[in-house]
Design a protein around this ligand. Structure first.
Ligand code: HEC
Length: 128
């Protein structure tokens, strides 16, 4: 009896794991939740708690931190550009170096979900 139960829970675990493996890479609410947390930890000091560019450190920046709720600007960027700026920093994509690189503190998957989160903040997608 105990043995049988063991097999069933093993089977359940295997199924849960394979279900996780086929989930889309960054579209789940879980991952967005994570991004929101990361945003609060790593981005709001400059970009503001609401993402509107009014963080505590904003005044110390040479150029104002991007207002991530500004769809007119944010819709001009591809997801790849946003990814690159977050990962490699502003200088890598022609922006000011006040925007720091995050590739040593955030995993690639986290940066991908962060791009999703930015799309949620601006309520926009890339439209040229
Ligand atoms: C130390 C302050 C600072 C921190 C921390 C910071 N940023 Fe920035 N960020 C800036 C500034 C300043 C700019 C504007 C650079 C420019 O316009 O040349 C910017 C620009 C950007 C851009 C480019 C916007 C565009 O128009 O393409 C993105 C994307 C961005 N930040 C995302 C983030 C994310 C996500 C985080 C957190 C992981 C973050 N930033 C953390 C200061 C910061």
């Amino acid at each position: 009896m105990v043995m049988k139960k063991g097999i069933w829970s093993l089977l359940a675990l295997t199924m849960a794991l394979s279900a996780a493996a086929v989930m889309p890479a960054y579209a789940t609410d879980d991952e967005l939740g994570n991004a929101e947390n990361n945003y609060r930890l790593y981005c709001t000091s400059c970009h503001g708690p609401n993402g509107d560019g009014k963080g505590e450190l904003a005044e110390m920046m040479e150029v104002p931190p991007r207002d991530h709720t500004d769809a007119s600007k944010m819709s001009k960027r591809t997801d790849e550009q946003l990814f690159m700026t977050i990962s490699e920093g502003g200088e890598a994509t022609g922006f000011n170096s006040c925007m720091p690189p995050h590739n040593t503190i955030l995993q690639k998957e986290d940066i991908r979900s962060m791009v999703k989160y930015l799309r949620k903040l601006c309520k926009c997608n890339y439209t040229k």
